[in-house]
Design a protein around this ligand. Sequence first.
Ligand code: SF4
Length: 339
Amino acid sequence: METMEPILKIDNLKTSFMTSNGEVQAVRGVSFSVNKGEILGIVGESGSGKSVTSMSILRLLADTAKIKEGTISFGGENLIEVSKKRMRQIRGEKISMIFQDPMSSLNPLIPVGKQVEEMIREHHPDRSREDAKKEVLELFEKVRIPEPEKRYKCFPHEFSGGMRQRVMIAMALANKPELLIADEPTTALDVTIQDQILKQLRELEKEYGTSIIFITHDLGVVAELCDRVIVMYGGLIMEEASIFDIFEHPGHPYTMGLLASIPDVEQDKSVRLMPIPGSPPDMTNPPKGCPFAPRCPYARKVCAQELPEFVQVGEAHKTRCFLQYPDAPADEHNPFRKQ
Ligand code: SF4
């Protein structure tokens, strides 16, 4: 069996925001790794800690945020400890990011081609303008921007949302990064364009061998793209599994709730999907027990009192739920241990 080689390893990451209402404990001890050439999905509702985790990796957090504990190992360096200058080199050259709203990352006053060219020259000052432009045109072709030479001179407002996202992907890949972090890059796009972009990310991952962290609230998108998935809730990882296991044997009630809210293409469109009732916990005062307890249909007394451990339930499959403990009762209220 092929051995997996992690290119990124996060251990016990804790990130908080200091607000006038107190400390928001957005990420409360997260550990995971990303293997070479792998697409890892991070799934969760807003406020689960998924985006704060990715912003911590790139050290792109707001001034009010603080990484309080943990290590982020990448290429032999702990990204939490490297200097700001070194971090700037790593961003865009070794790790790059695409966001949901490309407009927020593109300069409205500079032609798109020029912006990608600048990205290349910033990290490779020895490259001539002509060579950098040639690379931009090749990249545009790769991400299927039609008529690259003509489009090179266009401004962001002259592009559609899908086309702008393609420019962002071109920019993110400009320096052939080892890791690409995509935070909800297709959420604002219609389904057809979303499909095209996902397909393209898959092709680019294959061609360049780039590892990808794909952040989304949508398990349906994860099914199309990812190899493995992490499900986050209340600043913690609730489940980690292969795509097969997450869809065939979900090991956490929260994951089961997310699965129930995926639209089925064959489903009668008049049937409303079942969102998970309730709202996420207040992270200024996180619950001492399982954060999902107030919304969990299987919660027991112990769930509100203690935090379950993250336990192995299969090969490369871990979950954080008391009902998965080896000594958990097998009864009709336990979806994982039916009698
Ligand atoms: Fe539900 Fe308890 Fe499991 Fe949390 S630990 S998911 S509350 S059953």
